[in-house]
Ligand binder design. Structure first.
Ligand code: HEC
Length: 122
């Protein structure tokens, strides 16, 4: 019966999210993403809730914005871009920042999904 209750709660939650009754930042997934970011020290180098430049660029509001890279390419920060930025050490990096500082992470696909979804909602 507990499982049924959980499913019910989840469905209600999804409805509330889809009608914007609850903001994405109040979702459990967002919280888990912040915990992961805390665990892996992302916020030591990236500000999450304001636009301040730390060691790396701020991650607030970057979803779907243009990112200028060191190879002069401009890419839109969509989900694939964000995944790549988090795990791919060999990609062209963000212009104006040092290219060898973002750590080499290995995340599970699930963790990566959560991180990307959290960044989308910052
Ligand atoms: C030691 C500092 C450091 C840590 C810790 C770090 N990063 Fe980075 N990150 C950087 C720097 C510097 C850049 C810019 C150069 C580049 O693109 O690699 C960057 C770039 C990025 C970008 C691309 C941003 C843009 O403007 O397009 C994303 C997304 C990102 N990091 C996410 C993360 C996440 C998520 C974590 C934690 C799991 C993390 N970073 C941890 C230093 C860091």
């Amino acid at each position: 019966m507990i499982a049924k209750d959980k499913i019910k709660k989840y469905i209600i939650f999804c409805i509330l999210i889809s009608t914007n009754y609850i903001k994405a930042q109040e979702s459990p997934e967002f919280e888990i993403g912040l915990e992961l970011m805390d665990k892996y020290s992302c916020s030591l180098c990236h500000s999450l809730f304001d636009k301040r430049r730390l060691v790396g660029p701020s991650l607030k509001g970057i979803y779907k914005t243009n990112r200028k890279l060191t190879n002069n390419e401009v890419k839109v920060a969509d989900e694939n871009y964000l995944k790549d930025a988090i795990i791919n050490r060999n990609r062209a990096t963000v212009s104006g920042f040092q290219d060898n500082l973002h750590p080499k992470y290995t995340f599970t696909e699930e963790e990566l999904k959560i991180l990307v979804s959290t960044i989308k909602n910052l």
